[in-house]
Design a protein around this ligand. Structure first.
Ligand SMILES: Nc1ncnc2c1ncn2[C@@H]1O[C@H](COP(=O)(O)OP(=O)(O)OP(=O)(O)O)[C@@H](O)[C@H]1O
Length: 248
């Protein structure tokens, strides 16, 4: 049983075994409201598996994931999305043949509340939201552009925008700057710093220059467990972290 907390997300004693191998092993971590948390660690540390567990793609063997004091581990993926958790995977899943506007529009949530879209999904509200999100992801000038011809970075931002259309309270991003140019990485750092002003964000990232630009609190995973946690300075100076990760 999870205790009631002020944390947005409380992960306690979470374990998942694949044929006896514990990819995530008795993990406990807490995420505050409006916190931006970066998760780093060597290949195979369990980072992606952790996000899979939170979004319900993988079911845990034991432990608990409590989001706004509600237990998530038994919930279906779509129920978890509806609760306010958005997840971006490494490869963009935008609709290449639709415009930026249309991509955002189709991501507007259906059926919020008892009466759902029937009463609340007015055209004006959708248009307004598309413009607000497009501004946030810096694609307002490209609203009528077909997604296929956007740069790699712009496609990644569009997918973040599609998640923002649903206004999630927790957004999870797996290696958001992989394959981006230096300029795009800088702009993504600014985007994430803006986004977490009114939602929590968990970012998995290997690019340490990028991590330094966004990191407040960093969690280092190793063999499914937390190796270190704290400020970037603290984590970077940690002997264990240097040995298993940063020293390589
Ligand atoms: N569905 C699965 N079945 C079996 N083993 C799995 C499964 N998913 C993950 N694993 C294993 O769990 C371990 C953790 O994998 P995970 O992808 O979470 O690591 P990661 O920290 O995200 O690594 P990377 O930085 O390379 O993405 C790996 O050894 C992986 O092979």
């Amino acid at each position: 049983m999870t205790t009631t907390t002020d944390f947005l997300l409380a992960i306690e004693d979470l374990t998942v075994s694949f044929d006896g191998f514990r990819a995530v092993d008795s993990l406990t971590m807490y995420i505050d409201k409006n916190e931006l948390r970066v998760v780093i660690g060597p290949n195979g540390a369990g980072k992606t598996t952790l996000l899979d567990l939170i979004c319900g793609k993988t079911k845990c063997s034991s432990g608990s994931i409590s989001f706004k004091n509600k237990e998530m581990t038994k919930m279906a993926e779509h129920e978890i999305v509806r609760s306010g958790i958005g997840r971006k995977f490494q490869t963009p899943s935008i609709y290449e043949n639709l415009t930026v506007y249309q991509n955002l529009e189709v991501s507007y949530p259906e059926g919020r509340g008892v009466f759902g879209s029937l009463f609340f999904k007015t055209t004006d509200a959708v248009t307004q939201r598309v413009h607000d999100v497009a501004r946030e992801i810096q694609l307002e000038r490209f609203l009528d552009t077909e997604a296929a011809i956007l740069s790699h970075g712009q496609k990644q931002w569009l997918e973040i925008g599609m998640l923002l259309m649903q206004d999630p309270e927790l957004l999870m991003l797996d290696e958001p700057v992989a394959g981006m140019s230096a300029k795009e990485r800088d702009e993504t750092a600014e985007l994430l710093n803006r986004i977490c002003e009114n939602r929590s964000v968990i970012v998995i990232e290997h690019d340490m220059e990028f991590v330094k630009k966004i990191a407040r609190k960093v969690t280092v995973l190793h063999q499914g467990k937390i190796l270190a946690e704290g400020s970037m300075d603290k984590v970077q100076a940690d002997e264990k972290v240097i040995e298993v990760y940063l020293g390589h």
